[in-house]
Structures are given as structure tokens and as C-alpha cells.
Design a protein around this ligand. Structure first.
Ligand code: SGN
Ligand code: CA
Length: 537
């Protein structure tokens, strides 16, 4: 008996020792990456509640961390998405604009997670011109997708689902969680909204309330661009001049024609007809019931409107529909958060809410994005991970969409490939800000000539300054003092008082371009690609 007891004791000691030497492996987190399309941080109440309340997105911020200085490396859809997936700048992964397909020989973080035992799925907008790699399951919108009764591309073929796109993408996401999720594996779920992308068509349940609201105007609605360079003056994204009264502002083409309004082109009428044409008879009736009376009022008011009145009217129409789209996004985000709670998944799931870039909500008289100026350079970012992040945290560090790949890989305990160019922001999630190093964010925009005519430019942004070089058909520099001119109304590049800043930042820009392997030769090579495509001579 004694022998047996000693033997059992020895076994017990051995087991205890070995479990001490190898601490219990931490369970790898799930990742729920929620991204909407063109959602401005100005339209999230966790950032600012003057336009809309977004209680569900705010929940992520309140129970996690809010980043006040998150940005993108190139403020346009597909390039941003390619940067998110590869952890590389656009000049490296090659998806510099929305035009040509993504090069699928690039290695993406979902592929790496999948190889390491994650279950992976993607639902919603990708906009790559080809299918995503590294996903066990996907259902994506073709190109920009449609708001009503959207088509989807799936590995098994194409399909159309009746309903409102934001609800439909959420249904697909919840259905996957409920019926496809393999409970023994961690998951990466990319839940990607089309909303609130142009032409801002809300869900029927939000038509009425939002079309009756009046929203505060931004103080730069009537910006004359005096303190800026040529690019701001020639961009084609002015609400009055470039927003279409039909497709964008929902005036029937026949009403616009009767009033002799000349659209930016016949294209506005064409887009209206194709979008309206997708509605079922019932959806048309619901639309007409609310937008019909708006058309009637507009018919009466338009002849007496000054340019200024028309600008103001356009701003209100724009905000009413744009923000109504966000109301549906917010509600649906709430459905998914509730699912996580109800299924015991919240604690160890990293939930990210962000947008593929920022957006102008009438600031500087604009809509759209593309510029390095704040509203489009910055993007919303809130992250929740109860197992690690202290609730109610706020960070003003300059994280970028470049950083997700390395952040998620680190969270999953996987070493990131050497050639990824971002920096894991895990230290910022875990109160170790001293382990975070970026003091300069690099930016490069290419899609010119193109939609909205925003000139090619690159630049660097620090917490204090922004230095920008516009090139190709101009050679202009701008410098903004971010602390003293937060609206970015006056470039001080030529102000002698800033000469030292210009000198040191020019050097910093040169070093940053070198560090990220960008260069004048590469700029020239990408211009040549535009020539090869026949987009320029
Ligand atoms: C469409 C829009 C543009 C928008 C681009 C890119 N026009 O072409 O206003 O800038 O998409 O947007 S539309 O009348 O067809 O809606 S992105 O988010 O995909 O980059
Ligand atoms: Ca976008």
C-alpha cells in the first residue's frame, strides 16, 4: 500500500510540475471585422453626436477602445481593402486604384489565419474584381453592389437575395455564425457593409423619420479654397455642382428635366433609373409615398432658389439619406453584438468597427473622399475585446489600415511575414503605449485622371503637421499646421515662419518614402500604367 501511495504521489507531483512548466495555452481569440463603406467618423456618436446617435457602434467603443487618429494609406475603396488584407502600402501590393483587379498572388492575413487553424468567412462588399482567397466561405457583392434586392457572388455561383442590403448581409453573417461555425476552431469573420456608399438609399423603415430631419451645416460648407492649392479648387466633389439631383438627391428625372436642371451628365438620370428599376412594385410604392411629396415641394421651391439655397437644400437631402443608411448599419451591428452576447462569444472575440476610408459630409462643400485632408484621411475605428481591452479606453495614436494584418496575427499568436509594412497595435489595446513606435503616417493617392478629379498626391502626417506633394500635372506643396488650423484652411508651406518645419518634414518625407520603398521611379511607373491602359496620353 505504501509503495502504491508513493507512486501515486510521484505521479501527482510530476503532473503538477509539468503543468507549471507549460502554462495553459491561452485560447486564441475570434476576430469579427466589421467594416462599412464610406462611413465618416463625423457620423458616429462615440466621436460626435451632432448628426446622429449610433448606440450600437458606441457600445463597441464604450466596452473597448476608441481611436481618434486612425487613418488610411490611400483613401479609396479597393486599395484600402487590399492594404487591410496584405498589411502593405498600395504601391507594394499594386492595387493603387479601383480600376483593375487585385493581384491574388499577394499573401493576405486571412490565408495565414486559415493555414493556422482559423475558420474564415467573408460577407458583403469586397470590390476586388476577383474572389477573395483564404476563406472557407464567402458571399460578396459584385463590384459596388446594390442597396435593394442585391446580387451576390458565391463559390457555388451567383444568386440574388430580396431585401435591403444591410439587413441581408447581416442575415448571412448571423446565419453563418449559427449554422456553419465549427465550435472547436477560432474564427475570422469579415462582415462588410455596402452602406453608406453613394447613392445612399436607406431602408424603407427609415425613409420617413430621416427625410423630416434638419441637420446642422458644417462651418466650411461654402469654402472658397482660397488658402489651398489647385487640387482643392479643381476637385469635382462639390455638393452643388457635382452631386446629381436625381440619383443622389432622389428627384425623379422627369421632374429634373421639367425644371431644366442639367445634371453633371445624363449619367445621373441613368443611375436613378437603374436603381429605381430594381425595386419591386411594393418597394416602388413605399419609395414614392415618401419621396413623391419631396419632389412636389422641390418643384415649387426650386425656381426661387439662389445658388446658396440650392447648396443648402442639397446638403440636407444628402444628410437625410446618408444618415438613414447609417441607422440601418447601426441597428444591424447591434444584432450581431447581441448574438455574441447570447452565445457566450463576447469575452474572447475581437470586434473591430471601421470604414474603408473617411468621407466628406459637406465640409469644404464636398462629398466623396480621396484627399489626405482629415475627413477622408482619417477613418473611424473602435475595437472591443473584453478579455484584453480596458472598457472606455481612448487612443490618439496614428494607427492605420496598414496595421490590421500584423495586429490580428499577433493576437492569434502567429509571427507575421517580414515584408508586411504595418505595426501591430496590440500594445495600444493592452495599455502598453510605450511599446508603440509610429510618429509619422504615410499616404499616397493615385486615381487621377479619374472620378472626382482629385490630383495624385503623397505626404506625411504627424500629430502636429501634414506635408503634401501634389504631382503629375502640377508640382505643388502644401503644409498644414494641424494644431492651429484644424479645419485645414490655410497651407503655410510658403510662410517663412514655417521654413524650419518645411525643411525637417521634407527630410522626414524623403526618409519615410525610402522606408516604405516608395519612390519617384515608382510614381512614374504607375503613371505609365495609366498610359498603358489608355487612361492618359
Ligand atoms: C462610384 C461613385 C463615386 C465614388 C466611387 C468610388 N459614383 O463610382 O462617387 O467615388 O464609386 O467609391 S456613383 O454615382 O456610381 O455612386 S469607392 O468607395 O468604391 O472607392
Ligand atoms: Ca469606400
Amino acid at each position: 500500500l505504501l509503495q502504491k501511495t508513493v507512486f501515486m504521489l510521484a505521479i501527482a507531483v510530476l503532473i503538477t510540475l509539468s503543468s507549471c512548466q507549460q502554462p495553459k495555452e491561452e485560447k486564441r481569440p475570434n476576430i469579427l471585422f466589421i467594416m462599412s463603406d464610406d462611413h465618416a467618423y463625423q457620423a458616429i456618436s462615440a466621436y460626435n453626436d451632432k448628426l446622429i446617435e449610433t448606440p450600437q457602434i458606441d457600445r463597441i467603443a464604450n466596452e473597448g477602445i476608441l481611436f481618434t487618429n486612425a487613418s488610411v494609406t490611400n483613401s479609396i475603396c479597393a486599395p484600402s481593402r487590399a492594404t487591410i488584407l496584405t498589411g502593405k502600402h498600395t504601391h507594394i501590393h499594386g492595387k493603387i486604384d479601383n480600376n483593375f483587379p487585385f493581384d491574388t498572388t499577394n499573401v493576405t492575413f486571412p490565408q495565414i489565419l486559415k493555414q493556422n487553424g482559423y475558420q474564415t468567412a467573408m460577407f458583403g462588399k469586397l470590390h476586388f474584381g476577383n474572389n477573395p482567397k483564404g476563406f472557407d466561405e464567402f458571399m460578396i457583392l459584385p463590384d459596388q453592389g446594390d442597396y435593394y434586392n442585391p446580387d451576390f457572388i458565391t463559390p457555388k455561383g451567383d444568386t440574388t437575395i430580396m431585401g435591403y442590403v444591410t439587413d441581408v448581409i447581416t442575415d448571412l453573417t448571423l446565419d453563418w455564425l449559427d449554422t456553419e461555425r465549427e465550435k472547436e476552431k477560432p474564427f475570422l469573420l469579415m462582415y462588410l457593409h455596402k452602406a453608406p456608399h453613394r447613392e445612399w438609399i436607406p431602408a424603407e423603415r427609415h425613409y420617413k423619420a430621416f427625410t423630416q430631419k434638419i441637420f446642422p451645416e458644417p462651418e466650411t460648407l461654402f469654402d472658397d479654397y482660397k488658402g489651398r492649392g489647385t487640387a482643392a479648387k479643381t476637385a469635382e466633389m462639390n455638393l452643388r455642382k457635382h452631386m446629381t439631383v436625381s440619383a443622389d438627391n432622389k428627384i425623379y428625372p422627369e421632374v429634373a428635366k421639367e425644371l431644366k436642371i442639367v445634371e453633371p451628365s445624363e449619367w445621373g438620370f441613368k443611375v436613378f433609373k437603374s436603381k429605381y428599376g430594381r425595386f419591386t412594385e411594393e418597394q416602388k410604392a413605399q419609395w414614392d409615398a415618401v419621396y413623391g411629396p419631396i419632389n412636389e415641394t422641390f418643384k415649387k421651391d426650386y425656381p426661387g432658389m439662389t445658388n446658396e439655397d440650392y447648396m443648402r437644400w442639397k446638403y440636407q437631402r444628402y444628410m437625410q439619406d446618408y444618415l438613414a443608411c447609417i441607422a440601418a448599419v447601426d441597428e444591424n451591428v447591434g444584432r450581431v453584438l447581441d448574438y455574441l452576447d447570447q452565445n457566450g462569444l463576447s469575452e474572447n472575440t475581437i470586434v473591430v468597427y471601421t470604414s474603408d476610408q473617411g468621407f466628406y459630409l459637406g465640409e469644404h462643400g464636398w462629398f466623396d473622399k480621396r484627399f489626405i485632408y482629415d475627413e477622408s484621411f482619417k477613418t473611424p475605428l473602435v475595437v472591443r475585446w473584453p478579455a484584453k481591452i480596458k472598457p472606455g479606453s481612448v487612443s490618439d495614436e496614428m494607427v492605420q489600415n496598414l496595421d490590421y494584418a500584423q495586429t490580428f496575427l499577433e493576437a492569434a499568436g502567429i509571427k507575421a511575414p517580414q515584408d508586411m509594412q504595418g505595426e501591430s497595435f496590440m500594445p495600444l489595446l493592452t495599455e502598453q503605449a510605450d511599446q508603440w513606435h509610429r510618429d509619422v503616417a504615410y499616404y499616397h493617392y493615385y486615381e487621377y485622371p479619374g472620378f472626382h478629379a482629385v490630383k495624385r498626391h503623397y505626404g506625411i502626417v504627424t500629430k502636429e503637421y501634414k506635408l503634401v506633394h501634389f504631382y503629375y500635372d502640377v508640382d505643388e506643396w502644401e503644409l498644414y499646421d494641424r494644431l492651429n488650423d484644424s479645419l485645414e484652411l490655410n497651407s503655410v508651406y510658403h510662410d517663412p515662419a514655417y521654413q524650419d518645419v518645411v525643411d525637417s518634414l521634407t527630410l522626414k518625407l524623403y526618409e519615410t518614402r525610402k522606408y516604405y520603398k516608395d519612390s519617384g521611379e515608382l510614381d512614374e511607373a504607375y503613371i505609365q500604367k495609366y498610359r498603358d491602359r489608355g487612361l492618359i496620353k
